[in-house]
Write a protein that binds this ligand. Structure first.
Ligand code: UDP
Ligand code: MG
Length: 321
């Protein structure tokens, strides 16, 4: 029988966090008194993470492990977790305890009351730089402007989703995965749950600026076609300005006046900049089209553990022989 809850935990070089994360998750889940499974996705870790996960799977019946053949990225690791999860509700949570597992029972409560997605909305973010806080804030506002109001603010991937929604997201074939956007796109009854985001339990972030920018670009490029039209508007404005200048030059010429035309130089630089930017925007979308057209699998699994085990029953009940 499928468990009530599946907990999806992407792990990349998390040797310093896994023991504590598993202990806290287990405490919370056992406290809820319903069946559950915990899926750890080893996203090509290079430290002791793989071994630690195998050990967990060997001694804990609720643990399933998916080893990737190489590092594929957080969003892909979570996607694999969604593919393998069998619970009626799936919880996505980071391995570094930034999302406190103690919030899960509250999410479950909302789910039982009818919500189909309960996403964690960050009230505060502890231990993150002012820079990250500010850029995140402005980015979410920009995304709301571009993609419409479907995107909740200050929301990461920490959430509980009903099987119905998970099945929709799972079957979205796109490679450029921006899961929080995909969940928002799916619709259904969605509810926010405010929580305080903690600082990382141990280790360092695996989201350096470069990866952050990539994820941010996924968000915009996958969910808004507006940037594709920016060059068009800019081009039209330029044509208009060019028209005015043409008329003006013609009149000046007719009157026989002399002009020193530094505006031309400015215009050349400006229009070159605009043309290159426009090409860049086209290129950014084209690159995504290419990525999708290749149609490669999202991830490569090298080994799985624990999927033949039955989920444990709630405390106090017995499995029939
Ligand atoms: N992660 C992953 N693959 C990666 C990078 C990160 O599976 O390539 C996992 C990581 O182990 C953690 C979660 O994704 O569970 C979030 O990563 P991190 O805490 O480094 O990012 P931050 O919270 O700083 O944005
Ligand atoms: Mg983190």
């Amino acid at each position: 029988m499928n468990p009530v809850y599946s907990i999806v935990v992407p792990c990349y070089n998390e040797e310093a966090c896994i023991a504590e994360t598993h202990a806290r998750l287990t405490r919370v889940m056992q406290g809820m008194g319903e069946s559950y499974e915990i899926l750890y996705i080893n996203d090509g870790s290079r430290d002791k993470t793989p071994q630690m996960l195998n050990d967990l799977a060997a001694k804990d019946d609720t643990v399933r492990v998916i080893h990737f053949a190489r590092n594929a990225g957080h969003q892909i690791a979570v996607s694999a977790g969604l593919d393998y999860a069998s619970g009626q509700a799936v919880v996505i949570i980071d391995a570094d305890l930034q999302d406190p597992p103690e919030v899960i029972p509250q999410m479950a409560e909302r789910w039982k009351a009818g919500a189909q997605v309960v996403y964690g909305q960050r009230k505060t973010r502890e231990g993150e730089s002012k820079f990250k806080e500010l850029t995140a804030k402005w980015y979410y506002r920009l995304l709301q402007k571009l993609a419409g109001d479907v995107f909740p603010r200050d929301t990461g991937d920490f959430r509980l989703a009903d099987r119905a929604v998970v099945d929709v997201v799972k079957n979205m074939p796109e490679h450029a995965r921006y899961l929080r956007g995909m969940f928002a796109w799916a619709g259904f009854e969605q509810e926010a749950l405010l929580y305080d985001r903690d600082k990382r339990f141990a280790g360092e972030t695996h989201y350096p600026l470069k990866k952050m920018i990539k994820l941010a670009a996924h968000g915009v490029l996958s969910f808004s076609e507006k940037p594709l039209l920016w060059p068009l508007w800019a081009g039209l404005i330029f044509l208009l300005v060019a028209g005015v200048i043409l008329v003006k030059t013609f009149i000046i010429h007719l009157l026989g006046w002399q002009t020193a035309f530094t505006v031309t130089q400015l215009l050349i630089v400006l229009s070159t900049g605009l043309i290159l930017t426009s090409l860049g925007i086209l290129g950014a979308y084209l690159a995504r089209v290419y990525e999708e057209v290749k149609g490669r699998p999202l991830y490569v699994v090298s080994r799985t553990l624990g999927f033949d085990k039955k989920p444990p029953l709630p405390p106090g009940t017995r499995r029939k022989a």
